[in-house]
Design a protein around this ligand. Structure first.
Ligand SMILES: [Zn+2]
Ligand SMILES: [Zn+2]
Length: 100
């Protein structure tokens, strides 16, 4: 005769969750070299693998746009002229600049 299977026991936690995970503030990141449709922002070729474009993009630095403070909008709720969705290209020494 086979031994009886043990009845699984349910353990129900009656304690409240101890911590709520608060999302961290996203960090500044450089725009990708391709747009959302896959076109290179430098030569406008789809799926570009040009070393020149790759090097150009890799040499860029980006920081939060001082005009819209990163919202990607100006006071008239239009996109800023020189910012790309909240970041602007800056010189390497710019405070908070991140490289691409
Ligand atoms: Zn390209
Ligand atoms: Zn802006």
């Amino acid at each position: 005769m086979r031994p009886a299977l043990a009845i699984p026991t349910l353990s129900i936690s009656r304690t409240a969750p101890t911590a709520i995970t608060i999302p961290t503030v996203p960090t500044v990141s450089a725009p990708p070299r391709f747009n959302f449709a896959g076109y290179c922002d430098y030569c406008y070729q789809h799926g570009c693998q040009s070393p020149t474009c790759i090097a150009k993009h890799a040499a860029t630095y980006w920081a939060v746009c001082p005009s819209c403070e990163g919202r990607g909008l100006d006071d008239q709720d239009d996109c800023c002229e020189s910012c790309f969705r909240g970041v602007v290209e800056v010189f390497p020494g710019w405070p908070g600049a991140v490289s691409a």
